[in-house]
Design a protein around this ligand. Structure first.
Ligand SMILES: NC(=O)c1ccc[n+]([C@@H]2O[C@H](COP(=O)([O-])OP(=O)(O)OC[C@H]3O[C@@H](n4cnc5c(N)ncnc54)[C@H](OP(=O)(O)O)[C@@H]3O)[C@@H](O)[C@H]2O)c1
Length: 254
């Protein structure tokens, strides 16, 4: 598609914040096509309904960002169909799993190599592999954005409470990958804006077990978060690339 409309990819689109991003992007006339991706993208009932309503605009793809071959396949698909990409929004992330094998560590004794690996593969390695395989598609004469959802608990200077070793460290690693990528992108893709974004505590499966002590006004809906983060994604220029921003646009210290 080489019209004035742009092409978007949302990773982690089957539910939570990513699904709300897809819904919102579908209403935006400047977005010509959306690739909605996750491991279960083809099994998500919500995405299936949206794909039936928007057969030209929405394409679902099964992608696991811990598998580099899946990312390569997705990049090839976009290259063949659209030649370039304008927004890559990575909303994939894990904090715990439903099987309760993975859960945030309360104390040092809970630190476990298998859990560290599993969380780092999704939260840290996934985003930088996406950058590796999509840089060329994002490097063109038009503005483009690479946005990846981080978390304030990944801020080292903001860490007052401790705990959650693997999640915190994976998000800190993601932030360092993003910052390093943004520096290389200045030279290789001058129109690209690279952002790490904190959505705030959002009512999704990821935060569900930890919502007890969160007041109603501090627990955001996915619709609100998608709107606020997309306003940042669509409103931030390449001159501001390499930043870690909160949902309200404020800067979070690394
Ligand atoms: N919710 C919050 O309060 C909160 C706060 C701070 C930061 N965040 C961050 O925001 C992001 C989105 O969180 P959320 O609350 O929307 O989580 P969620 O509801 O659990 O959704 C996570 C999404 O990631 C996908 N996913 C997981 N592993 C994947 C993989 N290996 N490959 C591809 N997709 C994968 C899941 O789909 P499949 O199962 O189909 O793969 C799902 O669509 C995460 O990075 C999270 O750390 C969330």
């Amino acid at each position: 598609m080489t019209t004035h409309t742009g092409i978007a990819i949302v990773i982690g689109a089957s539910h939570g914040i990513g699904l709300a991003m897809v819904r919102q992007l579908l209403t935006m006339p400047q977005v010509g096509r959306i690739y909605a991706c996750s491991r279960q993208a083809l099994l998500s009932e919500s995405l299936t309904v949206l794909a039936q309503q928007h057969p030209q605009k929405l394409q679902r793809l099964s992608v696991d960002i811990t598998v580099e071959a899946d990312i390569v396949k997705l990049a090839n698909e976009v290259r063949e169909q659209d030649q370039q990409l304008h927004w890559l929004i990575n909303c994939a992330g894990i904090l715990h799993d439903s099987g309760r094998n993975i859960r945030p560590e309360k104390r040092l004794e809970n630190v476990d190599t298998a859990q560290l690996e599993a969380i780092f593969r999704v939260n840290a390695f996934g985003p930088i592999l996406l950058a590796k395989h999509f840089l060329k598609l994002l490097a063109h004469d038009h503005p483009a954005t690479f946005a990846t959802l981080s978390a304030k608990v990944g801020s080292i200077s903001d860490n007052q409470l401790g705990g959650w070793y693997s999640y915190r460290a994976s998000k800190a690693a993601q932030n360092q990958f993003l910052k390093t990528f943004a520096i290389e992108a200045l030279r290789r893709a001058p129109n690209l804006t690279c952002l790490a974004l904190h959505p705030g505590t959002t009512d999704t499966a990821l935060s569900k077990p930890f919502q007890k002590n969160v007041s109603n006004e501090k627990l955001f809906s996915t619709t609100f978060v998608a709107e606020t983060l997309l306003a940042i994604i669509f409103g931030t220029a390449a001159s501001e690339s390499g930043r870690f921003l909160s949902w309200d646009g404020s800067e979070i210290p690394w």
